[in-house]
Design a protein around this ligand. Structure first.
Ligand SMILES: [Zn+2]
Length: 149
């Protein structure tokens, strides 16, 4: 089965409208079902960029409306994030590199690790979800700065 980029894009935008109309804190960002909606949105963003040079469409993502519940400790208050490489006992490359969520032992993508498994790095992480989460946080903050409180 094939679904066109345009139809998928429209479905995701309609889904966001329905979520926001459903009520306060009815959807959990970065948990269970949300992760399954983020991936088609990644595909639409990727296709839009490759075919038309469009930037990411943040309307497809969770935002700061009351419909969404965000993970505690998420960097949406503007605190800096730290890039870490997480290893298992035998192989430093095993768990890849991520952005750490505040001072917790959890990555922005939801991956958890023991403190001794993480080593700070200066380069960007290789986790696509962590990179996407940081870009989303920046977009949400930029959006919030436009509108008066
Ligand atoms: Zn990650």
């Amino acid at each position: 089965m094939r679904v066109s980029r345009h139809d998928l894009w429209r479905l995701i935008l309609k889904f966001r409208d329905l979520v926001e109309a459903h009520g306060e804190r009815c959807w959990f960002h970065m948990e269970d079902w949300d992760l399954s909606f983020e991936q088609p949105a990644d595909a639409v963003d990727h296709a839009n960029a490759a075919l038309f040079g469009y930037g990411p469409d943040y309307r497809m993502r969770c935002d700061l409306s009351p419909a969404y519940r965000w993970p505690s400790g998420a960097p949406y208050d503007g605190k800096p994030v730290i890039a870490v490489r997480v290893r298992d006992a035998y192989d430093w490359r095993a768990y890849g590199s991520h952005y750490r969520r505040g001072h917790t032992n959890q990555a922005l993508c939801g991956f958890s690790f023991a403190p001794e498994e993480a080593k700070r790095i200066t380069s960007e992480p290789n986790c696509r979800e962590c990179l996407r989460e940081l870009a989303l946080a920046k977009a949400l903050r930029a959006d919030g700065e436009d509108s008066p409180e």
